[in-house]
Design a binder for this molecule. Structure first.
Ligand code: SF4
Length: 425
């Protein structure tokens, strides 16, 4: 059974992928709570974890909270580890406390962590028990964001995957477009207007702004991924009958146009009509990119594996801004979801799947690229060696999809180089 139902883009030979395994350095899936809680406005994320989990979440979200946060950590204490019965009672007490204080919460996510998995605390059962107890006002859903063998963007995949069984059924005679992946509201609104102008619809987004208003899914659903790291959710939607549209991801002008054209093809709208409707936004985006092309063309960039956005971003930087790709490494490469992007990479580029930290750092030191995209933990040591870096997590926190954000996306890569040049003056 094939997940991809639309014709492949391009048709070029795909680059060879080198697999590496070894020491890893990535954030865990708890980081996803930072952007998920901002998007889903009636949800609360309760991490069942340790003080380490609480610290990670606070430091990842610390600079981004403008209102009372809708996340917290129920910290497992030593006596919880001694007896699971007590642990469940304690969890029920914490949940009661949260729900009493926050009557606006309609969905409570119980988020598993390394400690809760190690002691085998069954959050699925806890979610069932609490769902029954609060059935009149709150749905309780569990997922795991543990850092064992995962990377930080998989937290969103696990969260959205947990929502799929709860999506209402789309009536069999209806069809709809489901855009998959967290988008800031402003970007969602831009895409909604473009789809409306193209007469594509109805359009739904997963995650929605309100978890109490989940989008429908069924055999009439076409899924268009806005983020490349949502393979498990895409497969769960496919099991519910949805068809997946194959397209590059909506980063930069080229990616966004191709992405819209994949949806247009499914609705019988011509590529020429997409070009016509998108023309003003495309012109604006191209004008915005001109300045950054001057700064970035010819500069050498190395992606270390972290966010799973590496391949689409490398494609954008090479094809629209003239950057030279030294290496593009990603923690996992889902061939089906990444094929249209791989086909757009230049011939001969080194593409790596997985992490072997020391070997990869040796290659960065040998190549001395102008810019290295990496996780937070690696940025400071590389900067100390005189290498310019970009934090990959910032690329997930920032609005970077679509035409109107193309220049902002380019700016994120230009900024460290401009700052580096100033420091050298
Ligand atoms: S979930 Fe695991 S990796 Fe993430 S902060 Fe907690 S203990 Fe650390």
């Amino acid at each position: 059974m094939s997940l991809v139902t639309e014709p492949k883009q391009g048709g070029c030979a795909l680059p060879e992928i080198t697999r590496e395994r070894g020491q890893r350095q990535v954030f865990c899936g708890l980081a996803g709570i930072v952007w998920l809680h901002r998007k889903i406005q009636d949800a609360f994320f309760l991490v069942v974890g340790s003080r380490t989990c609480a610290h990670l979440l606070q430091s990842a979200a610390g600079v981004m909270i403008f209102a009372e946060p809708r996340f917290a950590t129920a910290i497992l204490q030593e006596r919880d580890l001694a007896g699971l019965a007590d642990c469940n009672q304690e969890l029920d007490r914490v949940v009661a406390d949260v729900l009493e204080r926050r009557p606006d919460i309609k969905t409570l996510f119980l988020v598993g962590s390394c400690p809760s998995e190690v002691i085998k605390l069954d959050l699925g059962k806890a979610a069932e028990r609490l769902s029954e107890r609060y059935s009149d006002r709150v749905q309780v859903i569990d997922y795991s964001a543990s850092g064992l063998e995962t990377t930080f963007t998989q937290g969103e995949d696990a969260c959205l995957g947990a929502l799929v069984p709860r999506l209402p059924a789309l009536p069999s005679i209806e069809r709809s477009l489901l855009v998959l992946g967290t988008l800031p509201d402003v970007v969602e609104d831009q895409f909604r207007r473009l789809f409306e102008a193209l007469e594509i619809g109805p359009v739904h987004f997963l995650p929605p702004r309100q978890a109490s208003e989940l989008p429908p899914v069924g055999p009439g659903t076409s899924v268009l991924l806005a983020q490349p790291f949502l393979g498990e959710t895409a497969r769960a939607l496919h099991k519910r009958g949805a068809a997946l549209l194959s397209a590059p991801y909506p980063f930069g002008v080229e990616g966004t146009l191709a992405w819209l054209k994949a949806a247009a093809a499914a609705w019988g709208v011509t590529p020429e009509r997409v070009d016509e409707v998108a023309a003003p936004a495309v012109a604006r985006a191209r004008r915005g990119l001109e300045h950054y092309r001057e700064l970035l063309a010819g500069k050498r960039i190395h992606f270390l594996p972290d966010s799973q956005l590496e391949i689409p971003l490398a494609r954008f930087l090479q094809r629209e801004l003239g950057m030279e790709l030294v290496e593009v490494a990603s923690p996992f490469i889902d061939r089906q979801l990444m094929e249209p992007e791989l086909a757009l990479l230049p011939e001969g580029v080194r593409v790596t799947e997985g992490q072997d930290l020391e070997t990869q750092l040796d290659r960065v030191r040998a190549a001395r690229p102008d810019l290295t995209v990496c996780g937070l933990g690696l940025a400071n040591p590389l900067e100390a060696e005189g290498l310019r870096t970009k934090w990959s997590i910032e690329l997930v926190f920032s609005p970077v999809h679509g035409f109107d954000q193309a220049a902002d996306l380019a700016e994120l890569f230009a900024r460290p180089l401009t700052r580096g040049a100033l420091l050298q003056v």
